[in-house]
Design a protein around this ligand. Sequence first.
Ligand code: DQA
Length: 141
Amino acid sequence: MKLQIINGPNLNLLGTREKDIYGDQNFEDYFKKLKSKFKSIELHYFQSNIEGELIDKIHDVGFNFDGIIINAAAYTHTSVGIGDAIRSISIPVIEVHISNTYSREEFRHKSFLSAHVKGIVMGLGLRSYDLAISSFIKNYK
Ligand code: DQA
């Protein structure tokens, strides 16, 4: 099973950025843990601060992987383009957020992705990614 994790803008600063909200672990270290936990899965990780690069990655994997786990970060709340990219591919997508965006500012309550994804995991810290992977495995078997 091949899964692609896609992280959007500023998530390269996890572990440094707003630790009270996002925690003190960087994603590269967390990704190593995920890989060792889910040894039977081919897990890939991509991060970009550029909207078009995120869309290109969705197109690249969207017809040949088994699923995408995406945290589009701030683009969640602004990007019709990422929402359209998710609609355009053939594999299932799970949206994740580290924080509970509904408990934060009102502009974070709107997601341009949510209507097009299979499910959403949010507010559980980095564990949100772990649970999204587990869900793909459970539904795949
Ligand atoms: C986020 C929530 C977004 O509102 C924010 O812009 C992010 C991270 C999260 O994972 O909690 O950068 O997607």
